[in-house]
Design a binder for this molecule. Structure first.
Ligand code: UD1
Length: 352
């Protein structure tokens, strides 16, 4: 059996780290293709190194661009690889432009598509990631759902064939790597345990418009007067802050470049709370028993909101939500028990 995995952006490297080891264990040949959507050293290489992911067999080098341009470029290059390699199955992950491009190419060539992290749905419907998710699920043959809610979401769209509840693969990685989390940045910055907020922000709807980003950073400035904030800044956001001249709001904030998985998780574990608009980090906060303030109108990980573990916030109430304390018991095993990789490989193996 021959599998091609297509990855390209940070969260996909994390998911691939688990699966490629499972494939190896089971003697399944996996060809790894990197689209090049993320290309900066600390957005890409560093994940391959720290998570010991094998070097990609193909690198498409597509870089950044408009959505159509990126998706189109990946499709053109990826099609050539599929035609040459003739895989039995193509694996795509999550919700990026890389995901959608891979799913379209494979399905048109009648190669079965497996979507890892299927069924996640989130408002606003016109956000690029939501468009990528909905379309990818529609043309996938294997839909690996991280949560029961994801299975329900698919049912509402009449997608029931090939749907598997397998749990969240990011929890597998968290469990595998927990003992190796690094505290180098925590120590270097002389942070105090349980006394700082770790923040990330990169969604287009939060950072691409000046008025919205300014309001968010205004709230962050208010919070930073009372609590230390550590902020690894995504290149998209760094560019916008500079372009809109909003640096003044971040004077008291500890600003960093994006950081590798092991050090980021080290920072999560020692933090007081998380402020984020990252899908991955909202869950990683939960795995580490930390609460996240999610700066989004809605989230694909609604269970954590309904369980009152995480909270949604916006550009006007972020400060208030950050300091709004409520007693809530830690809800266990919301996303499975950490053997998602094994379950996915079993399904693929038995059907293939
Ligand atoms: C993408 C995904 C998003 C995911 C995120 C993880 C889409 C539509 N979105 O968003 O789901 O949560 O990755 O980080 O695919 N840039 C660099 N260096 C890089 C990569 C990007 O400077 O290595 C800058 C470029 O200016 C680029 C911008 O960041 O235009 C946005 O990159 P892009 O890959 O389009 O989207 P992300 O915001 O990273």
């Amino acid at each position: 059996m021959k599998i091609i995995s297509l990855i390209g952006a940070r969260p996909q490297f994390i998911k691939e780290a688990v699966l490629h080891k499972e494939f190896e264990k089971n003697g399944i040949k996996e060809i790894l293709v990197h689209s090049g959507q993320h290309y900066d050293k600390n957005m890409s290489d560093i994940f391959f190194k720290t998570l010991k992911i094998k070097n990609p067999d193909y690198y498409l080098n597509i870089g950044s661009g408009n959505h159509g341009e990126m998706t189109g470029k990946i499709m053109i290059e990826f099609e050539k690889i599929i035609l040459k390699e003739k895989p039995d199955i193509v694996l795509v992950y999550g919700d990026t432009n890389t995901t959608l491009a891979g799913a379209i190419v494979a399905s048109k060539l009648k190669i079965p598509v497996a979507h890892v992290e299927a069924g996640i749905r989130q408002e606003p419907k016109d956000m690029p990631e939501e468009i990528n998710r909905v379309l990818t699920d529609r043309i996938s043959n294997y839909l690996f759902c991280p949560s029961k809610l994801a299975v329900e979401n698919l049912k509402k769209e009449n997608i029931t064939d090939g749907v598997y509840f397998v749990g969240d693969i990011m929890y597998d990685l968290y469990k595998i790597m927990e003992k190796q989390f690094k505290y180098e940045i925590f120590e270097k910055l002389k942070l105090k345990e349980n006394e700082y907020i770790l923040m990330t922000m990169h969604r287009d709807f939060n950072v691409d418009k000046k008025e919205k980003l300014e309001k968010i950073l205004n709230q962050i400035e208010k919070i930073s007067k009372e609590k230390t904030i550590v902020f690894p800044i995504h290149p998209r956001t760094r560019k916008r802050i500079k372009e809109f001249k909003l640096e003044k709001y971040l004077e008291k904030v500890i600003k960093l470049d994006p950081i590798d998985y092991l050090n980021l998780m080290g920072l999560v574990k020692k933090s007081w709370k998380i402020i984020t608009d990252s899908g991955g980090l909202q869950k990683e906060a939960y795995f580490a028993q930390k609460q996240a303030i999610v700066v989004m109108p809605d989230t694909g990980w609604r269970e954590l909101i309904e369980l009152k573990w995480n909270k949604l916030a916006n550009e006007n109430d972020l400060y208030e939500k950050a300091f709004d304390e409520n007693e809530v018991n830690y809800p266990k095993n919301v996303y499975g028990d950490g053997n998602t990789g094994e379950k996915i490989v079993k399904v693929i193996y038995s059907e293939g």
